[in-house]
Write a protein that binds this ligand. Structure first.
Ligand code: CA
Length: 224
């Protein structure tokens, strides 16, 4: 089954180009040219990935993202303008998994899509589980249990927590995290890691947010 991608982009030449490239890679591509149509499509059909331009007529990409997140965990990549740093943070806060800055190389976009899709269909050993203090990750079920309660995480938050716990007592550099979770080339400037560490800390109950230590200028560590 080909993976289904929804592209919401009002600049027709960019939309057409990306659509052709994605189809060439074997994806099933749907395109919407404004925010309202995009939101409608995204809510009525099941997609494997959403690609949302931020500046859209009707409803902007960040707002679409916020509304989709109330009902779905579908991976979302935002397409943002080069100088719109605020948009990137707002987009990640709205629940986007990643963003890519325009103009982008199509290979870069394809790489990000492949990474995000690979994460959704992991081939893990059945029954494997990871532990850190009172956190348990049931890898086969893709679930995190904290003090007997299921923690509601997005795929990206889950992958980030899993990586930190797999490397417990060792510092995970921002580069390692970016490459492992987001599939970035290491020299791309981005603040996705810091924003997602904040999401994750906010979701850990009580004083468990202190489980994730910041190693200033280097990265993060969970020490047992
Ligand atoms: Ca636009």
């Amino acid at each position: 089954m080909p993976k289904k991608i929804l592209l919401v982009e009002d600049e027709k030449h960019i939309a057409r180009f990306v659509e052709l490239e994605l189809k060439h890679e074997g994806y099933d591509v749907f395109v919407a040219f404004d925010g309202r149509e995009g939101l409608e499509l995204a809510s009525s059909e099941n997609f494997d990935v959403l690609l949302l331009d931020v500046m859209l007529p009707g409803i902007n990409g960040i707002e679409i993202c916020r509304r989709i997140r109330t009902q779905s965990k579908v991976p979302i990549i935002l397409l943002t303008a080069r100088d719109a740093v605020m948009d990137r943070v707002a987009g990640l806060d709205a629940g986007a998994d990643d963003y890519i800055v325009k103009p982008f190389a199509i290979e870069e976009l394809l790489a990000r899509i492949r990474t995000i899709l690979r994460r959704i269909t992991p081939d893990e050993k059945i029954g494997e589980s990871l532990h850190f203090r009172d956190i348990e990750i049931d890898v086969a079920a893709y679930e995190v249990i904290v003090q007997k309660n299921k923690l509601d995480l997005t795929k990206t938050e889950y992958d980030l927590l899993k990586l930190l716990i797999e490397h417990k007592n060792k510092v995970c550099t921002r580069e390692l995290i970016l490459t492992s979770v987001w599939g970035y080339d290491t020299d791309i400037e981005t603040n996705v890691v810091d924003v997602y560490i904040r999401h994750l800390r906010n979701k850990l109950p009580g004083d468990m947010n202190a489980y994730i230590e910041t190693v200033r200028g280097v990265g993060y560590v969970m020490r047992e």
